[in-house]
Design a protein around this ligand. Structure first.
Ligand code: ADP
Ligand code: MG
Length: 500
């Protein structure tokens, strides 16, 4: 692979205005496929989840999956789109082995949803509005596996296998209008947009939306122009970018690469490009087909889809709470400040805190644990918060032990350590490690007397009314009880002892 010149990112965005466009495909989690009753499965034996329709056998006739239409409408409504009164499917003709019919049934000029927008919140709280051109229904292709080459691509392969289990799975493709005005933050906007969409798919319960399974796939279009006033430049389309981080990296890389191309040759070619996860670069794919190459025409085997206005309104009325609204509600319920809530969101801790509060912790305490001690542990171990071997229920239990006065904050940290080390629930760790606060005055008084006897000058000062050194005595008692004393109670007892 030849090395490509890149312009340093900061310089590229100083000299050019990036414009991006994102196409997101989401696989809908319906029981059956888009146009036939073949089941949707993941990981089944190849070519077992098929019918004559998904195999494109002659004479097989498609039928539209009503649930898929409902899911597409849900998505359209959540993205503030208009829902078409009537729309049709079209045949997008091309020959490739993963498309057994030699055409993909898609929507072309009559999408089910159009003219929407999505407000995307960036990590620092800035809200960026992304305009949605359309969301249309289509079917997924099968999956080719190229065997024998070193790259897994068709070039150099000895033979190819094709699995039609995925062929015909319902997809919704969401296409943005060109996203302008993001400037140097274009890569971040791209990632935040895809992430926000993923959260919406999950909230709408239209898809499991697992990026790593390819349930959500993004194609990122990027172009540069000299200034924000210039006409749009020529775009490249980087296909199938399958993680949030990769979306950001791919946009960033294309900006640096196109800047170098413009500097040297003056023109970018309109083409599709492949994203290489391992090296973080894109390479040339094929010269982009224009729509006319696909010879689109209306699908004659399917009737138009005409969702009644009553049905659309019913779906709208039953939309679940969307992530942005939910976060606003939780923030109000929890009484977090904007920066506190943002940190919680960025740490991926919203669900964890919600579950911890449900398990009996106060919102403030839940945040303290997840964003403090546990965030530090996760960082050291380089894992996500949710991957730590501790559950919200256990944090709830821990906090209840603190609230009940059975352990103090310092002991709670040791309990936490025990839970993380796999020693069981907080209660079990407290018992096994003997960490309970000493609530019996007897042992406390013993420790106090010993401390006073060891430091007679301090005892004298306290007796003469100078309360400054009480802390030193409390410190000694804490040490003697391995931190298991209630400092407030120790203070009371010290004063009683000295004055009484
Ligand atoms: P295609 O059929 O080539 O995939 P689509 O219309 O489905 O075309 O999607 C193209 C995407 O690229 C859209 O999100 C669109 O807004 C975006 N786009 C169009 N022109 C440009 C451009 N000059 N620079 C960046 N993005 C663009
Ligand atoms: Mg497209």
């Amino acid at each position: 692979m030849s090395t490509v010149d890149l312009v340093d990112y900061d310089e590229a965005v100083r000299r050019f205005d990036p414009v991006i466009g994102i196409e997101v495909h989401v696989e809908l989690g319906t029981r059956t496929k888009m146009f036939d009753a073949a089941p949707q499965t993941f990981g089944a034996e190849p070519n077992t989840a098929v019918t004559p329709v998904s195999l494109g056998l002659p004479g097989a006739l498609p039928v539209v999956n009503g649930t898929a239409v409902e899911y597409a409408i849900r998505i359209g409504l959540a993205l503030n789109c208009q829902i078409a009164e009537t729309c049709r499917f079209a045949r997008k003709n091309y020959f490739y082995p993963d498309v057994p019919k030699n055409f993909q049934t898609s929507q072309y000029d009559e999408p089910i949803a159009f003219d929407g927008h999505l407000d995307v919140e960036l990590e620092d709280g800035t809200v960026f509005r992304v305009e949605i051109e359309r969301a249309h229904m289509e079917e997924d292709a099968g999956k080719n596996t190229h065997v024998g080459g070193s790259t897994g691509r068709i070039q150099g392969a000895e033979y190819s296998l094709v699995d039609y289990n995925r062929a015909g799975i319902p997809l919704v493709e969401i296409v943005t209008r060109p996203i302008v005005g993001a400037g140097e933050r274009a890569p971040e906007v791209a990632r935040a947009y895809v992430q926000t969409l993923r959260d919406i798919f999950r909230a709408l319960e239209v898809s499991e939306a697992r990026m790593e399974r390819g349930n959500v796939r993004a194609d990122v279009n990027v172009s540069l122009r000299p200034t924000p006033e210039s006409p749009l430049g020529t775009r490249t389309e980087t296909k199938n970018v399958n993680s949030f981080r990769s979306v950001e990296r791919a946009v960033r890389y294309e900006i640096s690469r196109q800047a170098a191309v413009l500097d040297e040759q003056g023109t970018v070619i309109q083409e599709t490009r492949h994203w290489h996860e391992d090296t973080g670069i894109t390479t040339s794919g094929r010269v982009k087909s224009d729509a006319e190459d696909y010879r689109y025409f209306p699908e004659p085997d399917l009737v138009p889809v005409a969702p009644s206005r009553e049905w659309v309104e019913e779906i709208r009325a039953n939309l679940p709470e969307l992530p942005a609204a939910r976060r606003r509600r939780l923030q109000a319920e929890w009484g977090y400040s904007d920066p506190e809530m943002r940190d919680v969101i960025n740490a991926g801790a919203v669900e964890l805190i919600e579950a911890t509060v449900a398990a009996g912790s106060s919102p403030a305490a839940a945040r303290k644990w997840w964003m403090g001690e546990l965030a530090r542990t996760a960082k050291t171990q380089e894992v996500e918060l949710a991957e730590l071997p501790i559950t919200p229920a256990q944090i709830g239990q821990l906090q209840q032990l603190v609230d009940a006065g059975r352990i103090n904050d310092k002991l709670a940290r040791q309990v936490l350590e025990g839970v993380l080390a796999g020693e069981g629930d907080p209660e079990q760790v407290v018992v096994a490690r003997g960490l309970e606060v000493v609530s019996d005055d007897g042992p406390l008084l013993e420790a106090i007397d010993a401390a006073l006897a060891a430091q007679p000058d301090i005892a004298e000062k306290i007796r003469s009314g100078n309360l400054g050194p009480v802390g030193a005595i409390i410190g000694s008692v804490m040490k003697a009880t391995r931190g298991q004393a209630d400092a407030g109670r120790v203070r009371e007892l010290v004063l009683e002892r000295v004055n009484g």
